[in-house]
Design a protein. Structure first.
Length: 318
């Protein structure tokens, strides 16, 4: 996959995540968070699995013959990270408002480079850190967090951000070893659906009629976000390293705000617009080399992430 397509995949993935925030919030009017996630991610699995059989089954033997065990371990860690991240975020929405949840979720942006530095002892390009700060400032303005009260649910969101960070990091590792994005997407959604179902059986009631009442939110969050968006994330991270990928993914806050403006008639104030500008500006700086990206339009639009420290090089030197 070219660098241009990876960037497009990242943006499309982020757009779907941002607009799904509304479905996540409204989808729990009649069902619990684990019931919602169980059905949502199982729907996502059903949406992806036909594509696996259509495009990737023939590649299983060649891709997995070298180290099948590593693929299984990494897939499980990715699925587990996704389960904890999505579960904590979904439960937190019962105890805090969307503004707080959206702001604290962005904390995965500084967590990713910090975790990479601590555990991999890998230095992060200096320009990532001011980008992280601007991203947090943008999230602060974007969500009207200064008018919010910190609640117990916010702690759940911060803990969830830690698992979103590990999800991004583990995905960045596995895409360098295996070219099975659809299979990985299907496996992680199945893991989340199964674990959510187990927890839901213990603490919630699965009432079919109530699930049907939330079918619109479940289908949108399941097929587009739980299914295809996480596959797009995998495609995106084939050429984008984890730290800048986290910054790009933080655009979900911008898309969530715009979606709330269109769908819920929420008014955007000056601070909200400034927050959108801060985050969006991270992806629209025009100061990188003309040879980094395959496509001129992409190069002009997303140049901030086109340095070779950010984008994985397509040329391998022996």
């Amino acid at each position: 996959m070219s660098k241009s397509l990876s960037l497009i995949s990242a943006l499309l993935c982020t757009f779907i995540w941002g607009t799904t925030f509304i479905a996540q919030d409204t989808g729990m009017d009649d069902i619990g968070p684990f019931t919602f996630n169980a059905v949502r991610f199982f729907v996502g699995f059903l949406a992806i699995i036909p594509l696996v059989f259509l495009f990737e089954v023939k590649k299983f033997k060649s891709e997995l013959k070298i180290d099948f065990k590593t693929f299984v371990v990494l897939s499980f860690l990715i699925g587990l990270s996704l389960f904890f991240g999505s579960a904590l975020q979904q439960v937190a929405l019962l105890y805090t408002d969307v503004a707080n949840a959206a702001f604290f979720t962005i904390f995965y942006v500084p967590m990713v480079p910090i975790i990479i530095f601590i555990f991999k002892r890998k230095s992060i390009h200096w320009s990532v850190w001011p980008s992280v700060v601007l991203c947090l400032i943008g999230g602060y303005l974007l969500t009207n967090f200064y008018d919010a009260t910190v609640r117990l649910g916010d702690g759940l969101v911060i803990l969830g951000a830690l698992f979103w960070s590990t999800h991004i990091i583990f995905t960045g590792i596995i895409v360098t070893k295996y070219n099975l994005p659809l299979t990985l997407g299907a496996l992680q959604t199945l893991i989340v659906a199964f674990l959510s179902f187990l927890i839901g059986l213990i603490y919630e009631e699965f009432i079919f009629d109530n699930i049907l009442k939330e079918i619109d939110s479940i289908l949108y969050a399941g097929i587009l976000s739980g299914g295809f968006a996480f596959v797009l994330q995998i495609y995106a991270q084939k050429n984008i390293t984890p730290a800048p990928a986290a910054i790009i993914f933080s655009l979900e806050g911008v898309f969530a705000t715009i979606a709330a403006w269109f769908l819920l008639d929420q008014i955007l104030g000056l601070n909200n617009l400034l927050g959108c500008f801060f985050i969006a500006n991270l992806c629209t700086k025009k100061h990188y080399p003309s040879t980094c990206c395959d496509n001129f339009f992409i190069r002009r639009c997303f140049c901030h992430f086109c340095s070779m420290d950010f984008i994985k090089p397509s040329i391998k030197f022996k």
